[in-house]
Design a protein around this ligand. Structure first.
Ligand SMILES: [Zn+2]
Ligand SMILES: [Zn+2]
Length: 143
């Protein structure tokens, strides 16, 4: 096992986890669901194969909720801090970039930009919804 492990935790530290290797994708999601659930204007995501994500402490503290079947959102029941969202249909797990302390996050794409309330002028591709391989149109938009 030569893969690099990165370490993250919830807001209070009761839930701790590692992610290993490289994420499948990184970027910002501007969808209304992310906004309403996080109470923040955008969600900085890192998508991993589920096998790359290990909860190393406090697994019993993780609560989850699925408003739609493809987004199982998990948080720490003790502090309320968001930790991750499982996307079973994509076989990927979104670990919130802000929770992985030592991870060198570099966004590559913006998704669901048609729903944005915080336009960002960073020169990265702005997808109207999702890439085709995630069931989206793959169309890009102006910043
Ligand atoms: Zn916590
Ligand atoms: Zn979203």
């Amino acid at each position: 096992m030569s893969e690099t492990n990165y370490h993250g935790s919830c807001f209070c530290g009761e839930v701790q986890f590692t992610v290993s290797g490289k994420p499948e994708a990184m970027g910002y999601c501007h969808c209304e669901s992310c906004r309403r659930w996080s109470a923040g204007p955008v969600n900085a995501f890192t998508l991993w194969k589920p096998s790359a994500v290990n909860i190393t402490r406090g697994k019993d503290k993780l609560s989850s909720y699925a408003k739609s079947p493809n987004s199982q959102r998990s948080w720490c029941a003790q502090c309320g801090g968001h930790v991750l969202t499982e996307h079973p249909e994509w076989e990927l797990t979104d670990v919130y970039a802000a929770t992985i302390r030592d991870f060198p996050y570099v966004a590559g794409v913006h998704v669901n930009y048609q729903e944005t309330q915080l336009p960002m002028h960073d020169g990265l591709p702005k997808l109207r919804d999702f890439p085709p391989e995630f069931g989206g149109s793959g169309e890009t938009m102006k910043e």
